[in-house]
Design a protein around this ligand. Structure first.
Ligand code: ZN
Length: 250
């Protein structure tokens, strides 16, 4: 995830989303199980926050999962990173534990190691890598191209370009949109949004998986020197009983 959007601003209250007719009336997501589900995660945790329910559902249907970890998220704790704490390894481990808690493991994870915060400067290279990786019978999940974090937007743009070249269908997931947007926001392509409802077990596992990202959610961790990246107001949005995906749109 990695907070670039104003960290001190609490963003749109979760109650606003949960009580909105806009989300309640979204059509359900209807997809046939793909040959493989590939999820592009700009930072270790985006795959679980944005699509942890759908990942479980596809895994239960026997679909092979692959995570493309674009960066290692080392920018989440700049002070600790600068003083030699290996944030990247820690976050990679957290991601593996979280996927295991979703009962999706073992999951193939392709680590690209792009610099956290600098994905936009590597968009051509990322597009090439994804073009080599994607197949027409995959379904690819990627952050919405306008999610509002530079790494998310760049990953979305690169994925869409690669998927267009390979003929791979794409669904875009939302992470930071829930922070800055509102249900009446006309920038969000609501007409193309689809709702995926999690059952109680999927929801509980997703919540348990999110707790695996201790560097992002822990309140007390002397090694990291800084406050958690994901405050309670943000975490609430990913405990809701549904996820939203954007189907192909221009
Ligand atoms: Zn992210």
């Amino acid at each position: 995830m990695d907070l670039v959007v104003d960290a001190m601003h609490v963003g749109t209250d979760e109650r606003t989303w949960l009580t909105s007719r806009r989300l309640a009336e979204l059509p359900p997501l209807r997809i046939a199980p793909p040959g493989r589900l590939v999820i592009v995660a700009p930072h270790p945790d985006d795959e679980v926050l944005g699509a942890g329910g759908l990942l479980q559902s596809m895994h239960d249907l026997g679909v092979e999962l692959e995570v493309v970890a674009v960066t290692d998220g080392e920018g989440s704790h700049p002070l600790a990173h600068a003083s030699g704490v290996d944030i990247a390894s820690r976050r990679a481990l957290e991601s593996a534990v979280a996927l295991d808690r979703l009962r999706c493991g073992p999951v193939a994870i392709t680590r690209l190691g792009l610099l956290d915060g600098e994905v936009a400067s590597e968009i051509g290279r990322l597009t090439e890598v994804l073009s080599d990786l994607l197949r027409p019978d995959d379904l690819c999940l990627t952050p919405w191209r306008s999610d509002g974090h530079p790494d998310h937007d760049a990953a979305g743009a690169a994925t869409l370009a690669a998927a267009a070249a390979t003929g791979t269908p794409v669904l875009e997931y939302l992470v930071w949109t829930w922070h800055w947007a509102s249900p009446d926001d006309v920038i969000v392509p609501w007409a193309n949004c689809r709702r995926f409802d999690l059952d109680s077990a999927q929801r509980a596992r997703k919540r348990w998986a999110i707790e695996a990202f201790t560097s992002q959610v822990s309140r007390r961790d002397s090694e990291l020197q800084e406050e958690p990246v994901l405050p309670e107001s943000v975490l609430q949005r990913f405990r809701r009983p549904f996820e939203v995906f954007i189907e192909a749109c221009e």
